[in-house]
Design a protein around this ligand. Structure first.
Ligand code: SF4
Length: 191
């Protein structure tokens, strides 16, 4: 097997998670099994995991999907032949951390009495540099001292040297960890 691919050698050109969306989106696969889960749920979980894993192994996107799910995005559910717990263990082995996806923030959902968002204060300040801070506070529905506090924080952050981004692991490293920790035994033997 080529060291930078893990998809099984098949003629499959479809993504199992699209074709069998109800399997991947089943509540049992979406959420980790709890310790109080009954025997039936455990059995069903094992069957569904095995089926999803086989589909992922036949998927032409498996290699890139695995890399993204481990290194770039901490998404929920069964992805690229792995459970969220397995991806967490792989990240620990690789020495990386990935912040969980915040879909509320991505979708721009905010509560009615939400806290003033730091980035919003800075963005509005930059967009309206000639506006008084009082007007900015009025726009944001907060106090003048809150606006000042956020702008002070922004200035302090701007003065700090930019933190170095940790290097991402190479694809080959991720695949090696996958094979060692997650891959079914027949794939480990073939590696
Ligand atoms: S490898 Fe990724 S894209 Fe392919 S079936 Fe699995 S989850 Fe879907």
């Amino acid at each position: 097997m080529h060291p930078t691919t893990i998809a099984a050698e098949t003629n499959s050109s479809t993504q199992g998670c699209l074709e069998f969306a109800s399997l991947y989106q089943h509540p049992l696969l979406e959420e980790p099994l709890t310790s109080s889960a009954c025997a039936d749920d455990r059995r069903q979980y094992m069957m569904m995991t095995r089926k999803a894993q086989n589909l992922c192994l036949e998927c032409p996107l498996m290699t890139q999907c695995l890399y993204d799910a481990v290194v770039n995005h901490d998404v929920a559910g069964f992805v690229a032949g792995t459970t969220p717990q397995q991806r967490k263990e792989m990240r620990a082995k690789l020495g990386i951390t990935v912040a969980p996806e915040d879909f509320d923030t991505l979708a721009g959902v905010t509560a009615r009495h939400r806290q003033v968002d730091h980035d919003e204060v800075v963005r509005l300040r930059h967009a309206n540099p000639h506006e008084s801070l009082e007007t900015l506070a009025h726009r944001l529905g907060c106090s003048l001292s809150t606006v000042k506090r956020h702008l002070r924080k922004h200035r302090a952050e701007a003065d700090k040297p930019a933190p170095k981004k940790p290097a991402k692991p190479a694809l080959a490293e991720v695949l090696a960890v996958y094979r060692a920790m997650v891959a079914p035994s027949h794939q480990r033997r073939a590696a």
